[in-house]
Design a binder for this molecule. Structure first.
Ligand code: ZN
Length: 458
């Protein structure tokens, strides 16, 4: 343990430490509009009592009993919302000036989780692309207090046929670390899931996608075995599927989370009927693919990346692979946008339970944390209300990922929250107007983090 702590201290010495917040002393945050995160109405003028990193009481200003000697923090004019929970990223490979398996170190994972925290994300799930032993060790150290102020790392392994699974860019990185569980038969699938359950893992990802005929696709009998074995062990299955037929098949087989959105085909009644009957969680993963959002300089993104890297990203198509230039949308992209505008509200109306997911880190040029805010804006653009978008980014993903202490601002929860300068219920883009982020009751030093994130490395 001493060695672990020393190693962690060495890493922390090299990066911006979170500010020493009001850790153990009781603090009353008073006067802010407070969005609880569970869908209940905002409290116009709130009081939130925090002690030892935990919320002790929340209510209207006059309704919260205030013990003697508390520190008062006046947040009049601000809005509080819970820090978010992201159910789908690919952590560890992005190096900002490099990319690949060699980057997947505890220090780089920590850097990505600090970036998530900087943008108001309390927990971040890496899905199907990280080495299990390394992640489990990181999680142990994080629980022991090694990474204060960083987003909580959540993890699930992934199952694919040999040479299937992640797209070719991510595949390069995951191949180097041999992280994808490659299975061919139902028996192999069951063995893989049993191994995951034995390690205490509660979720597994499957890929059901032939990438336009270029990849082997997981066979129904094989993913049926994955789902059956997972459910027998109280594990949930996240199914990557982008075609309507595949989404139907994985839902019929019992997948718990639909990953991605059918973007180029209409949805038929059979698919919508399955959604209505099963009410799956739905990780839409559409923010990073927004073909228009990234065409103008974006200070919200750029504040966490060195200028030379911003210039390189803008000079390439990495961040907007669907649009080679920022002129008018090519016909295929415009068609896709039109289809998404039809499909998204139909899925919502059928009862799909949207959860925050971004695919950040799937390829170079995506920075961790800012994409979450793009995802929320996309939902609202496609017909969700801002209040629903906040639930889908906070309490619902926390429930899905078994993080009972996160996702709402209520007594007994961790005091991980965002202080905003403007009300996101008026305009969802106001989630970007971040004044402060608190993780476990401590204010993180975003100025110091910003200075470090934008420093040129060479
Ligand atoms: Zn993904």
């Amino acid at each position: 343990m001493t060695i672990v702590r020393l190693a962690a201290a060495a890493i922390l010495g090299a990066i911006a430490l979170p500010a020493q917040g009001p850790g153990a002393a009781a603090v009353l945050y008073v006067g802010a509009r407070l969005i609880p995160g569970d869908g209940s109405p905002a409290i116009a003028s709130s009081a939130m009592l925090v002690e030892g990193g935990t919320i002790r009481a929340v209510g209207a200003t006059e309704a919260v009993a205030v013990p003697a000697g508390v520190v008062r923090v006046d947040l009049t004019g601000k809005t509080l919302m819970p820090a978010m929970v992201n159910v789908h990223v690919h952590i560890g490979y992005e190096g900002y000036t490099s990319w690949g398996g060699a980057n997947h170190t505890a220090a780089n994972v920590h850097d990505h989780l600090l970036r998530e925290a900087f943008y108001g994300v309390a927990a971040t799930t890496t899905v199907g692309s990280s080495p299990t032993a390394q992640v489990l060790a990181f999680q142990r150290d994080q629980r022991d207090g090694a990474y204060p102020g960083a987003s909580r790392l959540l993890f699930m392994p992934g199952i694919a046929p040999p040479q299937g699974g992640p797209d070719h860019i991510l595949r390069e990185a995951t191949d180097a670390l041999r992280v994808v569980h490659e299975v061919t038969t139902p028996a192999e699938a069951r063995t893989a899931v049993r191994g995951m359950a034995a390690q205490g893992l509660g979720h597994v990802k499957i890929w059901v996608d032939d990438r336009n005929g270029t990849y082997p696709k997981l066979a129904p009998a094989v993913y049926g075995a994955v789902i059956d074995e997972a459910h027998a062990r109280k594990m949930l299955v996240h199914a990557h599927a982008i075609q309507a037929e595949d989404q139907k098949a994985v839902l019929a087989a019992g997948a718990d989370v639909l990953v991605h959105m059918v973007q180029r085909q209409p949805l038929d009644d059979a698919l919508l009927g399955l959604v209505k009957a099963k009410r799956p969680y739905w990780a839409t993963v559409i923010g990073l693919g927004d073909p228009t959002a990234l065409c103008t300089p974006d200070p919200f993104f750029e504040q966490a990346v060195p200028p030379s890297v911003v210039a390189r990203i803008r000079a390439t198509t990495e961040r907007r692979p669907l649009v080679p230039s920022c002129g008018p949308l090519p016909a295929t992209a415009a068609d896709r946008e039109r289809q998404m505008a039809v499909n998204f509200p139909r899925m919502l109306a059928a009862g799909a339970r949207v959860v925050l997911a971004t695919d950040t880190g799937i390829q170079p040029g995506h920075t961790f944390g800012s994409g979450e805010h793009l995802e929320l804006a996309r939902w609202v653009q496609l017909g969700m209300t801002p209040a629903e978008a906040i639930v889908a980014a906070t309490s619902r993903p926390a429930a899905l990922m078994g993080q009972a202490d996160l996702g709402t601002l209520a007594a007994g929860k961790r005091a991980s929250f965002i202080v905003l300068d403007a009300n996101p219920l008026d305009d969802i883009r106001h989630t970007r107007r971040i004044a402060d982020v608190y993780m476990d009751g401590a204010r993180i030093d975003r100025d110091a983090m910003r200075a470090r994130f934008t420093r040129e490395t060479k």
